[in-house]
Design a binder for this molecule. Sequence first.
Ligand SMILES: [Zn+2]
Length: 108
Amino acid sequence: MHNEQLIVWMCGIILSRATFFGSEAVSAVKDFIIATFPSLASMPEILFYDNNCKLRLHLLAIRDKYFSNTGLPVDVFHFDAKHSGTDTSCQQHCNPVAFPDLVKDNKW
Ligand SMILES: [Zn+2]
């Protein structure tokens, strides 16, 4: 076993769990999310994941449409720990501040 993945509602209730073997491949994370939200209508508007920038690149590469109405922000810690200052793709597409529903009084 490599790790356990959880999908948790914002209130803290665990919605879904999966065991990952070998690695935490973003393609497997995508499959886990789709298994948890098996219809487009059930997909959340916002889905936090600490590697959403890589998941987003994977979705672009496979021309996925399933996630097209779901925002994919990362947590703020991610920016400092995972990217150099010159890597702006994650900042541009996965910064929580870029999602108006997550911002109140200029803070997310
Ligand atoms: Zn990132």
